[in-house]
Design a protein around this ligand. Structure first.
Ligand code: ADP
Length: 590
């Protein structure tokens, strides 16, 4: 992307038209400030109070003559004051609007990214790393906003330069030519450093992502790190990633200082050159020379600010690209539109899977092949099979989180594609393998955004064998569960996750049973809860412990993406096959 097309990125800023107007306005104010200064300098140099000037700098004396006043220093100075105040005010307003736009832009890209993510398909979300996501939303979006603001500030400088050059041209074209050549030459010499900073910017995003990914993994796996006593190994990994992320930022700063040094040296050289040429060869008037020097003095700090902004743009541009990529990619992966589709109220008969095949985008092999299965209303269906057999994928398809590559899913004879997926998902209660708890009360953690009555809550607590536990708590439902539910036992967390799903009155309850072993009392309570639930709901369970599925109406045995056996517990356990093998292995382990 070249510099000119980069300037167009200013359109991404909220209120960009107002920003551009203010940039132009400050440029005009700046030019006005200098032009009124010309008569003052002329007056001071000429040591005369009678000011006569050549066009176009004579407009103020002319105006004073026109209203019948003789132009003098004391009459012109108030105009200089007004011009100065006006230009300071213009800059202040521009900075104020820009600051507001910057944070509006930041809020907008963060909201757009999070909104698009939440609306995109599970297939896509599954691939996103949480560490990378938090880095993109927190750090990179901040840098993206900085890069867009840098564009506005660069544009502001370019417009001011334009006005300065216009005035300089009117004063002396020879000196202006030298100034332009200096600017172009400085640009060329800085080019290699600019290219370098862009690559540092990209590396910085990459290293920040890796560091964030690792931080999230470490915070999740703290228990394992302690248990395995691998603190030193993890620390070293974190140190190395942190070093890479900070080193690249240090390189960026050093590069920026080098660029500043080169530019300063070149400008000083140009200044001396301009002075020699104007005095020795061009016999420039002292007034012009003074104004010219004033312009150079005004422009030099601005030039350094510009250089800083230019640098900031190229260093932060990769962050803008990465956040845009996140926004655009998730937009492409939006879930199907729900408009005009049939609303699902409840399951009346059965869910039928007809010749289902499923392949992940990045895989060559089909994860599920020729799946034909009926899940009947109010029945208890269990899915078993070795790890990697495709159990979770099958459940994700039934829940409408994945779309079959081939075949169809019929809900009471209606193709799932024709149903309003939102209304269907609302009627599915899902209990994931990993229970998720937020810091807060028990009530908040099971009710979330809905307000259930005490009777409704009590009924569900009874079904899930939690009533006794909650009644025994001093604070009852106001009991604080702690971060991630750490004040609860594994069994309590599991049954609370089920209670949470049941409270929403689902038509179908899907349970991915936790593999971690529970104590025998918790296991008994879980089995009793499951029995109670199976009487009332259409229940699908991914089972790892066969004791809990003895009462299943149908057990589906999956192996390598295919259904290889189906039947009740007593049917399957008595015939040789995978189910019997798995059951025997499990019995031996217990
Ligand atoms: P199970 O629940 O029986 O352990 P899964 O349904 O999770 O099995 O996985 C079945 C197969 O699909 C595995 O070989 C797994 O590697 C693959 N798989 C699961 N998720 C993805 C994914 N997002 N991308 C590619 N392959 C996947």
């Amino acid at each position: 992307m070249n510099f000119l097309s980069s300037i167009l990125l200013i359109k991404k800023l909220p209120n960009y038209k107002l920003v551009i107007f203010l940039i132009l306005f400050s440029g005009i104010c700046e030019a006005f400030g200098i032009s009124v200064l010309v008569p003052v300098v002329t007056s001071l140099i000429g040591e005369s109070s009678n000011i006569s000037l050549e066009a176009p700098f004579d407009y103020l004396p002319k105006f004073l003559n026109f209203i019948g006043l003789s132009p003098s220093l004391s009459l012109i100075l108030p105009f200089v004051f007004i011009a100065m105040i006006l230009s300071f005010f213009a800059v202040f307003t521009q900075e104020r609007v820009l600051a507001i736009s910057r944070y509006k832009f930041l809020a907008r890209i963060r909201n757009e990214a999070s909104q698009n993510l939440i609306d995109s398909k599970w297939e896509y979300l599954k691939k996103i790393s949480s560490g990378e996501l938090s880095n993109k939303l927190l750090v990179e979006s901040e840098r993206a906003a900085e890069s867009v603001v840098a564009i506005a500030l660069m544009l502001s400088f370019l417009i001011q330069i334009f006005f300065y050059l216009a005035i300089s041209l009117l004063l002396s074209w020879e000196m202006t030519l030298i100034a332009i050549l200096t600017i172009v030459f400085t640009g060329f010499t800085s080019y290699r450093l600019i290219k370098l900073v862009n690559s540092y910017g990209m590396k910085s995003v990459e290293h920040n992502n890796s560091y964030n990914r690792q931080i999230v993994d470490v915070s999740r796996g703290m228990k394992l790190i302690k248990a395995f006593s691998i603190g030193d190994y993890v620390k070293n990994k974190l140190f190395k990633l942190n070093l890479k992320a900070t080193e690249v930022q240090a390189k960026m700063l050093i590069n920026q200082s080098l660029m500043k040094f080169e530019i300063q040296a070149l400008i000083s050289l140009a200044l001396i050159f301009i002075l020699i040429v104007s005095v020795e060869f061009l016999s420039i008037q002292p007034t012009v020379l003074l104004i010219f020097l004033y312009i150079i003095l005004r422009i030099t700090p601005k030039f350094f600010t510009f250089q800083g902004q230019f640098y900031s743009f190229y260093a932060n541009k990769p962050s803008l690209d990465i956040v845009n990529e996140l926004i655009e990619n998730s937009k492409k992966e939006f879930e199907q539109s729900l408009d005009g589709k049939k609303i699902f109220l409840c399951l009346n008969n059965k869910i039928s899977l007809k010749d289902i095949n499923y392949k992940f985008d990045n895989e060559e092999k089909f994860t599920l092949t020729n799946i034909n299965l009926d899940v009947h209303k109010s029945k208890f269906t269990s899915i078993v099979g070795p790890s990697g057999a495709g159990k979770s994928t099958l459940i994700d398809l039934i829940m409408g989180l994945l779309t079959p590559s081939r075949g169809s899913i019929l809900i009471d004879e209606e193709n799932l594609n024709n149903l309003n997926l939102g209304s269907y998902k609302e009627k599915i209660g899902f209990v994931p393998q990993e229970d998720i708890f937020f810091d807060g009360s028990l009530k908040e953690n099971i009710c979330f955004d809905k307000d259930f009555s005490q009777e409704e809550i009590n009924e569900i607590l009874k079904i899930t064998q939690l009533k006794f536990f909650v009644d025994g708590l001093k604070e009852g439902l106001d009991y604080q569960v702690g971060e991630g539910g750490k004040n609860l036992s594994g069994g309590q967390r599991q049954r609370l996750s089920i209670a949470r799903a049941l409270l929403r009155n689902p038509s179908i309850l899907i349970l991915d049973e936790a593999t971690s072993s529970l104590d025998s009392r918790s296991e008994t309570l879980f089995q009793v809860a499951l029995e109670e639930i199976s009487k009332k709901y259409t229940l699908i369970v991914i089972a790892h412990k066969f004791d809990s599925i003895k009462n299943s109406d149908n057990i589906v045995v999956l192996s390598d993406g295919k259904i290889i056996q189906q039947g009740t517990f007593s049917e399957l356990v008595n015939i040789s096959g995978l189910f019997q093998d798995l059951y025997k292995t499990q019995s031996k382990l217990i």
